[in-house]
Design a protein around this ligand. Structure first.
Ligand code: ADP
Length: 432
């Protein structure tokens, strides 16, 4: 409405209405003195001209002569509307500007903070604590430098009371001589996202734990059936049921392991362990499955035992996953060979698990250690997989200070290698 009113104040519109007034005057005069036809002609020309001018003002002018808005105004609008918090401050930490998102994050009103100098002591003041911790990240209880050096400086911050998880990016605006005029801090609030993720993880963990109990019972029931049944065909069905419930249990256990890895709660208990002895035990455990698949399983132990510092349970998972895969992704009458060697030039042991199986296409090799990734041929050969085994393997080996990799030829077979340090000082202090 205001817009229309203002349009009438425009010069062209004023002229248009001037024409209308003349037209009206002519109407009065013409009725008395001029012939009727002349009046019609004037009416047509003036009316046409008037509406043409109105048209020009209302529509054509807005298209052909857009209003010029200053860049400052545009920047201002963008900052105000940003979903990230924005704080501008001088080199002596005086706040110049704070946008509505930042007001929300810090629980502060613009008027309370613009013009105020933020000093580290303000961290003791409940009201200004979050903004002070963002401007001086070292005052936050948890700080993680994301960017290495230079600008922008990116930092991840976690605060308490209030609980906030923020990712901040600090940049500076300089004059042509390079002197800092002001700093600009952009703040991404991850608090809500993290809470959602936490509750999702909690939901998955609880469901996985609850599924474990009935699956264990199912597996046990199938085993009892297998042992008590006489008829070969029925025994086979019971064996299949046993196998499937055990696979489902394995997937659930892998899922729980992955959740713990990602939350940094996958515990490790390192102790000196005879690795040759450990491999022998895992190979013996895998023999029944190898037999079931018709695969020959061989371990060529080295002449001597190596006592190294590892978590035997976790390295046991690495060995059983690699051997299990080598059996399942094998071909009929295939074989699996496990060997161990001491590297000549480096203080590491190398363990190799080699098979004569389906192999891995070159385009898939780079992806098989990713979470949930399953190869195309593997999914066909073995539908009951999770794609989590190698992801867990990689995490465990790297936590021990080793490396894992694969060499493979499709249709010929694969060899998985992993290394473990001989010297405990090569184990990373605490990666998780
Ligand atoms: P899953 O075996 O449940 O699929 P893994 O993480 O253990 O999950 O393996 C990921 C993928 O790596 C498999 O789906 C398969 O494509 C490939 N893979 C692993 N081991 C072998 C192997 N010995 N031979 C061929 N492919 C393998």
């Amino acid at each position: 409405m205001n817009n229309i009113k203002s349009k009438f104040k425009e010069p062209k519109i004023a002229v248009s209405f001037g024409f209308l007034a003349v037209l009206f005057l002519l109407l009065i005069i013409s009725s008395k003195y001029l012939p009727f036809l002349l009046f019609i002609a004037i009416l047509t020309i003036s009316g046409g001209l008037t509406f043409f001018l109105i048209y020009l003002e209302f529509f054509a002018s807005t298209v052909s002569h857009p209003k010029v808005i200053s860049l400052d105004k545009i920047t201002e609008l963008i900052i105000e509307d940003m979903r990230e918090g924005v704080v501008l401050y001088t080199p002596d930490f005086k706040i110049i500007k704070i946008n509505p998102t930042a007001e929300k994050i810090f629980g502060l009103k613009k008027d309370e903070v613009v013009g105020k100098k933020i000093s580290p002591e303000l961290v003791k003041n409940k009201k200004f604590k979050p903004i002070t911790q963002v401007i001086f990240p070292s005052l936050a209880p948890v700080v993680d430098q994301i960017s290495s050096e230079g600008w922008p400086q990116q930092v991840e911050i976690k605060t308490e009371e209030p609980n906030l998880h923020l990712i901040t990016s600090l940049n500076r605006v300089t004059d042509p001589q390079g002197k800092t005029l002001f700093f600009i801090k952009i703040i991404q609030d991850k608090t809500r996202e993290e809470k959602i993720l936490e509750s999702k993880t909690e939901f998955i963990t609880t469901s996985a734990h609850q599924l474990r109990t009935p699956l264990n019972a199912m597996s046990w029931a199938f085993e009892s059936l297998y042992n008590s049944l006489e008829k070969k065909e029925l025994k086979e069905i019971a064996a299949q049921g046993m196998d499937l419930s055990e696979r489902a249990l394995k997937i659930i256990n892998d899922l729980l392991d992955v959740i713990q890895i990602e939350e940094g709660q996958y515990g490790y208990y390192f102790k000196e362990t005879g690795i040759v002895d450990l491999i022998e035990k895992v190979v013996e455990e895998a023999r029944p499955v190898a037999k079931e698949y018709g695969i020959t399983l061989k371990f060529e132990p080295s002449a001597s035992e190596y006592n190294i510092t590892i978590d035997p349970n976790r390295i046991g998972i690495v060995l059983s996953t690699l051997i299990d895969n080598a059996i399942r992704y094998n071909t009929e009458n295939g074989s699996v060979n496990i060997s161990i060697e001491k590297l000549e030039k480096e203080p590491y042991l190398q363990i190799n698990v080699s098979d004569t199986g389906i192999g891995i296409p070159p385009e898939e090799i780079g992806r098989i250690f990713e979470k949930f990734y399953r190869g195309s041929a593997a999914s066909q050969a073995e539908p009951n997989g999770s794609g989590l085994g190698l992801y867990i393997v990689k995490n465990i080996v790297e936590r021990h200070g080793g490396k894992v990799w694969v060499e493979s030829t499709p249709g010929r077979g694969s060899t998985f290698h992993f290394t473990l340090p001989l010297n405990p000082s090569l184990i990373p202090k605490s990666k998780q």
